[in-house]
Write a protein that binds this ligand. Structure first.
Ligand SMILES: [Zn+2]
Length: 277
């Protein structure tokens, strides 16, 4: 009996492990992000989960009366995001066809996020408490968009599946119908609650400054953004953003170096804009 169970488990493990694939989600860009990523769940599943979770969360925000309340801020955040999105194709062409969406949530919390396939939220607390400039908002959104381009949520969920293989198997064996809901919950969890890895953070920082520069936003604003974030962190209510985007010692110097590297892109974008006027 025990032997049969063991064999069944091994066979099932083999199925799961064979589903593991190594991918590189993005092209390197000028900043040169290039790292193989191990995935145990498909983009399709994660994206479906993201769409479901996002729709639920926005419906909830609507019900609570905190969705897109500040018309001026909504326009500002949407305009900035709209300028960034076309440049995502530098890193992956399919992003042009993503169902991009951004909403502003009236919560007095320093936070912003982007779920898989460009489902974004900016909290009013981030803009107000940091007194963020347009360039700094672009730095936040560029960083968040970069997480989505690199499919960091899918990678994080894959890592969790790897650690909880037994639990994953039970789920797969007993309720395929539950999987959609399960993935939606996991996407929301990794987006809102779990800290990202240091390597994911560095990648998002580097791709983020390139997106900002290409869209004509000063990439050096990523540095002032983090300096402001650091000041607020010393206060009574530390930024929620820092719990999911853990700061590390050499982040500022890395951002300085990479924002300098993309300055020619920024100058070209500004020059192009000036010539167009
Ligand atoms: Zn991050």
């Amino acid at each position: 009996m025990a032997r049969t169970l063991l064999i069944t488990t091994l066979a099932a493990s083999a199925v799961v492990l064979s589903a593991c694939q190594t991918v590189d989600t993005t092209k390197p860009g000028v900043v040169g992000v290039d790292r193989d990523q191990r995935m145990m769940v498909s983009s399709e599943e994660v994206n479906a989960g993201s769409a479901k979770a996002y729709a639920q969360m926005m419906a909830e925000a609507q019900k609570k009366g905190v969705l897109d309340k500040d018309a001026a801020m909504v326009k500002r955040v949407q305009d900035i995001t709209r300028r960034l999105i076309p440049h995502t194709t530098t890193f992956r062409e399919d992003a042009a066809k993503w169902p991009w969406e951004v909403h502003v949530i009236s919560i007095d919390e320093v936070n912003a996020w982007c779920m898989p396939q460009g489902k974004m939220a900016m909290y009013t607390g981030l803009v107000q408490k940091l007194n963020a400039t347009d360039d700094e908002i672009a730095a936040v959104m560029g960083h968040e968009i970069a997480h989505a381009l690199r499919e960091h949520s899918r990678e994080q969920i894959s890592r969790q599946m790897g650690m909880q293989l037994g639990i994953g198997l039970v789920g797969a064996l007993f309720g395929v119908g539950e999987l959609g809901q399960g993935i939606a919950g996991q996407v929301a969890n990794v987006t809102l609650n779990l800290p990202k890895s240091r390597e994911a953070e560095t990648e998002a920082d580097r791709i983020g400054v390139e997106l900002a520069a290409r869209a004509g936003f000063d990439p050096r604003a990523a540095v002032t953004l983090w300096e402001k974030m650091g000041k607020v962190a010393g206060g009574s209510q530390p930024p929620k953003w820092l719990s999911t985007h853990p700061p590390h010692g050499d982040r500022i110097s890395d951002l300085r170096a990479y924002s300098e590297r993309v300055m020619p892109l920024y100058s070209a974008a500004k020059g192009g804009a000036a010539a167009g006027k």
